[in-house]
Every structure is written in C-alpha cells, then in structure tokens.
Design a binder for this molecule. Structure first.
Ligand SMILES: *[C@@H]1O[C@H](CO)[C@@H](O)[C@H](O)[C@H]1NC(C)=O
Ligand SMILES: *[C@@H]1O[C@H](CO)[C@@H](O)[C@H](O)[C@H]1NC(C)=O
Length: 425
C-alpha cells in the first residue's frame, strides 16, 4: 500500500487519482498505464498496479504508515533476524561419538544404497553436477573396508532411482539418466547380488524421478516421485509382482494414488505395512533451451508427512517427522521396530532463502508411533546412505554443510562413519 501511494505522489496528483478510482475501479491495467500515466509497461509497474487494483478498492482508504510504524517494523525485523540465526532449524540432540572409516572410492550426491547382511551396495549418483557415476561400490561391515566395484547397465539411470531388495536381488526402477538436470528413463533393472548379473524388468508406465519404492507382499510398489519435467509431483502408484529377480507380470498394475507426491522420500516395509516418510514437492529443473540441461532452482516445499498402507489398502496419515525432511530415500535403517533416519534437507531459511541441511538422527518408534531426536551426525548432510550392523549405525556419502554455523550445502563427500547405537527403551 505504501508503495502504491508513493507511486501516485510521484506521478500524478492524488486528487486526479481519487476521482479516477471512484469512477472506474475495474478499468484494466493496460488502459491505466497507457492513457493516464503514459508510462511504459515495466514489470515493476505491472506488479504495483495489480497490487493496487486488488488491495485498494477505495482510494481514500490509502494511508501511509506513520514514521513511528516504519521505525517499529525496522526494529522488529532486526530482532527477528538476530534470533533467526542460520542454524535456528537445528533441533536439540545428544552429541554422539563417531568413528571415521575409509571413505568410499568416489564422492557421491544422490547415491542409492541397499544393505544385504554385512554387504552394503552403493549405487551410482553424481560426483558433481557435470559427472555422474555408473557403477556400484561395495562396503563390507565385517572388515569395514570397500571391497568391490562393478558397473551398472549402460541404459540404467544414474540418480533419482527407485530401489528395493528381497535379500538377494536388487530392483532398480526409473530415475534420471545423465548429468545436470537431464531427462528421466522409465527403464528398470534387477541385479542378482550372488552372480553380479543384471537383467531387465518391465519399464515403469511413465518415468519418474526418485519415486518411493519398496517390495511388499511379493510386489514392487513404486509411487510418487517427480514427473517427466523433474518438478511436478506425481501421485501415481504402480505395482508389479516379482519373484527371485523375475517379473511375474508383463505390465505394472495401477494402485491407489499416494495423497502427496514428490521425490526423495524414505519408503519402508515393517510389520507387513508400507510406510512413506518425508520428501518434497518440486525440484530443480533443466533451464529451458540449455544444451547441457543446466539445473535451475524452482520452488520446493519440503514436508515431514508420514503415510502408511496396510490390509485396507487406504492411505493413513501418521504423526509427521519432528521437522520437514527430504533426500532421505536411503538414509534410514530399521532397528528394534524403530525406523532410524540420518540427516536430510529441511525447508529453506525463511530470510536468506538458502537451502538448509539436517544433522539430526531421528527415530520413529513403531510400537508407540512416536518420533524423537536421538542424536547428531558429525555434520549436517543430505542424500546420505545408512546401514546398521552388529550394534553399529553407519553412514556414507552425500552433500555436507559448510560448517557448524552454516547449514548450507557445500562439499559432496564419500566419507564413511559409524557409531555405537543404543536405543532407549
Ligand atoms: C471509502 O472510504 C470512505 C472514507 O473512509 C468511506 O466513507 C466510504 O464508505 C468508503 N467507500 C467504500 C465503497 O468502501
Ligand atoms: C535392541 O533390543 C535388544 C533386545 O532388547 C537389545 O539388546 C539391543 O541393545 C537393542 N538395540 C539397540 C540398537 O538399541
């Protein structure tokens, strides 16, 4: 309103304006601009004019805020900035002792991982935006060493995968093919971890970026994710019967859509129920016309919603995470009927609009259906890959923060850490 009034004073007499408004509140912006003010159509002007039409139906009601009010607002803003430090989103959490182990052979952002007994299979991901991996690194929790490496199929996506296992076969659905913010593929694959042989699965009906994926009651379930433009949340949910690494059907079956779409969620089966946790709506998109599909930022909404499917096959809403959290698709482990989630990304800072990483370890106790914050990672980190073996909680890889006082994302790492886990009962 203040802007509008100042605008009037600068460009014309207020009497003229009042008469004009009383006579023709609803006359179009274009007419006003060209016939009355003789100003050119700048975008600034457009936004001022449309505020004015929407907010000021009665020109006599326009008043400038008083000097005192302006001063008061300034002070208010200063105080809130001081209290809203960069790290304000961090939740109180016990410090844990972490032991650093050998780093993964390559740094990884948006990598994926599956644990089968003592072996931890770490898939693909970005080294940086202009280089993606197309191989698997294998870590052995018994020797605490990286022990193997083999290639993924040439046509397989490099990031934003859907991934699940039955304890021998690892199923990999769709995802982004290539660097930066390139297009997705619907192609899907299965790895036999005993023979290290790959096979094809029927492609998804439509490609998806980072869909929630799990194996449940003999069927692969794939839901949510982002649609083909990388940004629009998909709600679709499909399933496919599989056994011993083979599809038992030729086509994916359409299932009940998920209430909220989007990529980068944790998807877990426990006690014969399917859980989908956290995630986001929206993601970076390729800049239109960019020959390298350069990533450009778009509006993202991070959320902490928890959805569950059981016998009824109707989505139920459970208590949300202690804070919105995304990029956690392989950042979880199941321990003693609790889901443990390490790190992630939360909503952007309300003042600086910077992305903020998450450094807490969360627990969702499936006995009580209650969330708690049980510990802190050595630093804040997203798209980290978590494992649990012999009482130890492990994580490796992801994009970490800029330091204890700066939760913005910086370095893509391959660091591997572990800590003794002991859940309070
Ligand atoms: C416009 O504002 C004047 C002065 O405040 C008021 O008397 C009049 O009722 C208002 N007219 C409308 C349409 O709101
Ligand atoms: C899980 O429960 C068992 C049995 O009560 C206990 O011995 C073990 O320490 C628990 N594990 C963790 C990580 O707390």
């Amino acid at each position: 309103m203040a802007t509008t009034t100042r605008f009037h004073q600068k460009h014309t007499s207020s009497t003229k304006i009042i008469i004009f408004l009383c006579l023709s509140t609803f006359i179009g912006i274009a007419f006003i601009a060209t016939s009355i003010f003789h100003v050119s159509f700048s975008s600034t002007y457009l936004s001022i004019a449309s505020n004015w039409v929407a907010d000021v139906p009665n020109a006599t009601a326009v008043t400038l805020p008083s000097k005192e009010e302006v001063e008061k607002n300034k002070i208010k803003r200063k105080i809130s900035e001081r209290f809203l430090s960069a790290t304000f989103a961090d939740l109180p959490a016990p410090q844990w002792n972490w032991e650093q182990l050998d780093s993964a052979p390559v740094p990884r952002l948006d990598g994926y991982a599956i644990q089968i007994q003592n072996l931890f299979y770490v898939f693909s991901g970005y080294a940086n935006l202009d280089h993606v991996h197309s191989h698997v690194d294998v870590f052995d929790f018994n020797s605490n060493k990286w022990v193997d490496r083999f290639d993924t199929p040439k046509e397989m996506a490099n990031s934003h995968l859907g991934i699940a296992t039955d304890g021998r076969y690892i199923y990999i659905m769709s995802g982004q093919y290539g660097t930066q913010c390139r297009g997705p593929t619907a192609l899907s694959f299965v790895l036999d971890t005993k023979t290290k042989k790959w096979n094809n699965l029927p492609p998804l009906p439509f490609p998806r970026y980072a869909p929630a994926t799990q194996l449940w009651r003999g069927r692969l379930h794939v839901m949510g994710g982002s649609k083909e433009n990388r940004h629009t949340p998909g709600l679709d949910h499909w399933s496919l019967a599989v056994k011993d690494g083979k599809a038992l059907e030729k086509q994916w079956r359409t299932e009940i859509p998920i209430p909220r779409g989007g990529p980068h969620r944790a998807c877990i089966v426990a006690n014969d129920r399917l859980y989908v946790i956290g995630g986001q709506e929206g993601d970076f998109m390729a800049k239109p016309g960019s020959p390298i599909f350069k990533c450009s930022r778009r509006l993202e909404v991070v959320y902490g919603d928890v959805y569950m499917l059981d016998d009824e096959m109707k989505w139920k809403t459970l208590p949300p995470m202690p804070k919105p959290n995304s990029h956690i698709e392989c950042a979880w482990v199941m321990v003693n009927n609790s889901i443990i989630i390490t790190g992630g990304t939360t909503e952007k800072h309300p003042l600086t609009k910077r992305m903020m990483l998450v450094g807490e370890v969360f627990r969702f106790d499936l006995d009580s259906m209650k969330w708690s914050v049980i510990g802190r990672l050595p630093y804040r980190i997203k798209t980290t890959l978590a494992g649990f073996w012999d009482g130890w909680l492990y994580f490796t890889s992801g994009q970490r923060d800029r330091g204890p006082d700066n939760p913005q994302p910086r370095k893509v790492v391959g660091e591997t850490w572990r800590t003794k886990l002991s859940l309070p009962s």
